[in-house]
Ligand binder design. Structure first.
Ligand code: ZN
Length: 166
């Protein structure tokens, strides 16, 4: 059975006992988390929050891309969040390649120009976290009294390492 089919079955079971249909849109813990899409990261589990409590924005590398920042601007200005956590992690796939290599590979495989297709690979995890936090901080549409924390989640131990705050 494909994941799709299994997922539909799992959802049917989930919906049977569903009791959260009346939650408001703003997250009750007033926090937003920007983290990586890595399958080993379950932020609700390692940060201890539940349904309706926290915004989670994910992409490859926990990067403060324009789109991640768009979500954070909406989160903080329209939905009342007052803290931002940027959480990268050890063993991130983004540390394992260079943009130029993958661009070349994509170009060969698909026959389309990939030279301008940025993947935003990085080679220093701590430096990347600081950079993402800085990018969020520099956004003029995120209030300056909202703290932006930068952390690294260790996939080997489940522990968080505090890296920076802005
Ligand atoms: Zn990752």
């Amino acid at each position: 059975m494909s994941f799709y089919q299994e997922a539909l079955q799992a959802n049917a079971r989930y919906a049977e006992g569903f009791r959260h249909g009346d939650l408001p849109t703003p997250p009750s813990r007033k926090a937003a988390v920007l983290t990586c899409m890595d399958a080993r990261l379950m932020p609700d589990q390692f940060l201890g929050f539940g349904i309706g409590e926290v915004h989670v924005i994910r992409n490859a590398g926990a990067l403060a891309t324009d789109d991640a920042i768009r979500s954070l601007v909406i989160s903080t200005n329209l939905l009342g969040t007052r803290e931002i956590l940027v959480i990268a992690h050890t063993g991130c796939g983004m540390l394992t390649f260079r943009d130029e290599e993958v661009q070349k590979q994509l170009q060969q495989q698909y026959g389309a120009d990939a030279s301008g297709f940025s993947l935003h690979a990085f080679h220093d995890l701590h430096e990347s976290v600081r950079k993402q936090v800085q990018r969020v901080r520099e956004c003029p549409f995120i209030a300056k009294d909202i703290p932006v924390y930068g952390l690294i989640y260790h996939v080997e131990t489940g522990r968080l390492e505090e890296v920076t705050q802005a």
